[in-house]
Write a protein that binds this ligand. Sequence first.
Ligand SMILES: NC(=O)C1=CN([C@@H]2O[C@H](COP(=O)(O)OP(=O)(O)OC[C@H]3O[C@@H](n4cnc5c(N)ncnc54)[C@H](OP(=O)(O)O)[C@@H]3O)[C@@H](O)[C@H]2O)C=CC1
Ligand SMILES: N[C@@H](CC=O)C(=O)O
Length: 345
Amino acid sequence: MRCYDLALIGFGGVARALAELIRDDSARLEATLGFSLRVVAITDLNLGSLLQPEGIDLAEVLAMPRGANFSGMPGGDRDADNERVIRESAADIVVEATFTNPATGEPALSHVRSALQSGKHVVTTNKGPVALAGAELAELAGVHGRRFEFEGAVMSGTPVIRFAQTQLAGTRIASVTGILNGTSNYILGRLGDGLALQEAIGEAQALGYAEADPTADIGGSDVRLKVAILAEQVMGVRIPVEQIPTTGITEITGAEVTAAAAEGKRWKLLGTVERHEDGTVEARVAPVALGEEHPLAGVSGATNAVTFDTDLLGQVTVSGPGAGRVETAYALLSDIIAIDRAGGR
Ligand SMILES: NC(=O)C1=CN([C@@H]2O[C@H](COP(=O)(O)OP(=O)(O)OC[C@H]3O[C@@H](n4cnc5c(N)ncnc54)[C@H](OP(=O)(O)O)[C@@H]3O)[C@@H](O)[C@H]2O)C=CC1
Ligand SMILES: N[C@@H](CC=O)C(=O)O
């Protein structure tokens, strides 16, 4: 049985959900996938660092009370010494799940570079490094004979990047348009139900949908990163993030959501990448009041959907969870499966 050792960098909602999956479902995963997973290192701002090459007892760390940290445990330290843990741990795969900085991609970008340079595969749900340095990191992975996988960076666990890269590889994609942020889509729905913006944000945070800084969700910068990722990964065009005109949903009121609904319309925050006939490619993020007949109008809650406009198939739409702890942990698992299927070690 193949076994992959993991280092979890960032132990928040998504990484914990992955740890719970490994703790609770390893027998099924081993039987269906043919490999096992073991966590040998964890770092987190709150908890510090834990390095245990023989495997960490996940039940023990998942049960740690709020405010506790790893100091006092064998291989434990109260500081989150990410770089040392990434380089020194015996992990095969580094799981990067810290927060997303939409401007610099740091510290995640440095984590990914260090992991690849020290000969480890990387799986991440962090949009920053992929949007800002995707090509550089893919090249670095190639140089070191490792893989850089990031399915969860767009639409959480719903397989959209790999789907487009493999299943749509033989078509020309003229445009990609989608609802790409679960939090803002959820909030628009709740504004329509009569909630105040802050209440709706609070709900999205409690449900594990929102970014550590939710202004990234409602201000559009989260979708802007995802649009840049889709442009590069699916349409082969690098568009610097700062060149993507972006408007969020902060100016949309509950009254406007209700008034639009009365006219048969639904406000949606759309991310779009379009290839024009002259070959130029344009990207944007903006709220749009869609008519009820539009295929994306009925996509509600934290569900996301993206429509690819192709020459051979016409429109192909993929829809599924766009946020959520367990859903996003699934993206990490799907990346690990991709590494295994590519030959693993
Ligand atoms: N939740 C979702 O639905 C989705 C999330 N993502 C992405 O996945 C990543 C993780 O998301 P999620 O788990 O929800 O976020 P959380 O905020 O729950 O978890 C992030 C964790 O990383 C820790 N952390 C932050 N900075 C550092 C650092 N420098 N060193 C070590 N630990 C650090 C945080 O500690 P502290 O709390 O002290 O800051 C926190 O425990 C993010 O990049 C997010 O954008 C992608 C798709 C969907
Ligand atoms: N905060 C994001 C999480 C996934 O990327 C969202 O709500 O879509």
